[in-house]
Design a protein around this ligand. Structure first.
Ligand SMILES: CC(C)(COP(=O)(O)OP(=O)(O)OC[C@H]1O[C@@H](n2cnc3c(N)ncnc32)[C@H](O)[C@@H]1OP(=O)(O)O)[C@@H](O)C(=O)NCCC(=O)NCCS
Length: 204
């Protein structure tokens, strides 16, 4: 059975969540969450074993410091959300995370325009396929609408089938697919810019 979600923004309304019986709570990240968040992002995007495994602690530290800096100097349109397992009685009960910020368009047709952009979506491997990512993404849609935007964008790698399945299920559509030339020169999977037209009926 899919867990229920309780979306709480801003931070002050978090206490209300404890009155609701649900597995995951979605809330804004705090500095106390940073270690868990950096760990989940690092292990979701980087290898811990093999030739480059020894770089893992360094990459995790880089993620931690970047995020710490962004939380310490908040911008008007930036938020890092976490999904919390309300039933866990461990020291850290953070199971997933996502960041929502603004990105400037690189199209010459839309110079100076910016749009809400999702990044660093990651769920702890033990908590996958339980709806945590869907809950985080739905929360981002609500935040974007509250900021006054009707579209939400993100990049996904062509080879990341699990993430592509997730985004297509939630209604994202391909906006721009990177040229094959980039794959040839950069030697990596193609990036696809996805876009979702938001439903104005969603409210926080
Ligand atoms: C992609 C990721 C965020 C999904 O998180 P999640 O919490 O497991 O996702 P959800 O439980 O909300 O999944 C919702 C739907 O997405 C699709 N989906 C998610 N994971 C999938 C998988 N491994 N294979 C196929 N479909 C998948 C399914 O349609 C799923 O619905 P269902 O469980 O009813 O079939 C997670 O696997 C992850 O952290 N991956 C590594 C980091 C990453 O790739 N981030 C995205 C970068 S663009």
């Amino acid at each position: 059975m899919k867990p229920l979600f309780f979306h709480s923004f801003p931070q002050e309304s978090v206490l209300a969540a404890f009155a609701t019986p649900c597995q995951f709570q979605i809330r804004a990240a705090t500095p106390a969450d940073l270690t868990s968040v950096a760990q989940i992002i690092a292990e979701s995007f980087h290898r811990q074993s093999g030739l480059f495994g020894c770089l893992f602690p360094l990459l995790r530290l880089g993620i931690y410091e970047d995020l710490r800096h962004r939380l310490a100097s908040p911008m008007p349109h930036h938020i890092c959300l976490v999904a919390v397992d309300m039933t866990a009685d461990t020291a850290s009960n953070i199971v997933g995370t996502v960041e929502l910020g603004m990105r400037f368009s690189d199209s010459w047709m839309q110079i100076g325009k910016s749009f809400p952009y999702l990044s660093n979506l990651a769920v702890h491997p033990q908590y996958r396929r339980q709806g945590a990512a869907s809950g985080l993404l739905t929360a981002c849609e609500k935040v974007s609408l509250s900021w006054g935007f009707q579209d939400l964008y993100l990049h996904v790698l062509e080879k990341n089938n699990q993430a592509r399945q997730l985004y297509f299920k939630l209604g994202y559509q391909e906006d721009i697919v990177e040229s094959h030339l980039n794959i040839f020169f950069l030697r990596r999977s193609r990036q696809i810019l996805l876009r979702k037209r938001l439903n104005a009926d969603l409210t926080i």
